[in-house]
Design a protein around this ligand. Sequence first.
Ligand code: PXG
Length: 464
Amino acid sequence: MTTVDTKAIQAIDSAHYLHPFTDFKDLGTRGARVMTRAEDIYVWDSEGKRVLDAMSGLWCVNAGYGRKELAQAAYDQMMALPYYNSFFQTTNVPAATLAAKLASLAPRVGDRHFSHVFYSSSGSESNDSNVRMVRRYWDLMGQPQRKIIIGRTNGYHGSTMAGASLGGMSGMHAQGDLPIPNITHIGQPYFFEDGRPGESEEEFGIRAAGWLEEKILELGADKVAAFIAEPLQGAGGVIIPPSTYWGEIQRIVDKYGILLISDEVICAFGRLGHWFAYEKFGYKPDLVTFAKAVTSGYIPLGGVMVGNRVADVLIEKGGEFNHGYTYSGHPVACAVALANLEIMERENLVGRVRDDVGPYLAKKFQEVAAHPLVGLAETCGFVGGLVLVKDKASKQTFAPSLSVGMVCRGHCFGNGLIMRAVGDRMIIAPPLTMTHAQIDEMVALILHCLDLTREDVQARGWLA
Ligand code: PXG
């Protein structure tokens, strides 16, 4: 293994590389951590320190690190046909084969089925494609006034102009005059924060879904084109909706005939124990966004599963669709995706999340829920979230200005665990390959880091 001169890399990094979602100046003063290699569920930095990656990179390395088959698939495809476009009535073997494979994995629900795929290279681009397809659909349906897409506050749909607009991150909207016109938002279904005294979680789920109906009526039903949502909110902090939420959302979109977009960039490919998460929550989307784990993050690929309601219209009535990317259907990315899906099927990674390691993680998380610094800890499939609180009994939270989540993240990073902080919610989304022993190891590390965080905030005088 080649050794890396950490200081030298940090110096050129801060001199030349503007990182995503980063305070450039601040990073320049401290120097980025340099990651150099990875295997299984661990990554190593340039100082040789090993870290358990409980975030699967950025929610994507579902099949774990070090998969030689994926490297081999990329190599073989690069030697055969490294690139060719899908414009001008051409295709390539991996792109066509993968489209058929994805269609076979997406379950039919009610009268919806997903026989067609539109490719991009990321989740953000895919959601831009969604906006284009939704608008085209309503134009072709003779209802061009249906322009407005409704998203949710604290939802995340990417970082392009359309993606950031569909998402409901106020910090993103504040930079760049977003959202763009004809995109608006309703509240998220976050019971811990917004449940009323005496209200059950199920009652809250119905009330939160009702905000969609209120918004539709406020805007005028004939103006609304689509509703976009993540099955559960990932980047927003693993916000798991109440069990009643999605059924009520489905009732509302059906009532007003609006399209439903399920953004499954995080939730698809086994993350929640299903190939696609709409199946878990039992709703019927018209468009399904995917990216990340379709290749386990080994190479960029994204796309949209286009349900029959939209596909039939675009195909039968649409003529040429004036939208696409240089890398739509990239042969190398599609070959890697095919190899990745083969691994997932062979090792039953989806089924084991549903039936084995998912329930095991849920059981182990009860130990996390019992920790004195934790006000709520929950999992869904192979994601987990916990809330750091000042007072366990009353569930009183810390002042946001204290950034207790960042204090906790610092202790994790320093102690060989990658866990993300979203405000004071700490979240995990580990590789789906984890063994029970590795889950034990991860939970022990989480508990240790929570202990260190508690001692730290106590010493600062921040506990109740
Ligand atoms: N939709 C969802 C639901 C996502 O989670 C995107 C779209 C955009 O995908 P691309 O490939 O364009 O990044 C995402 C991406 C975080 C974090 O901090 C999450 C994402 C991206 C970056 C950071 O949790 N999710």
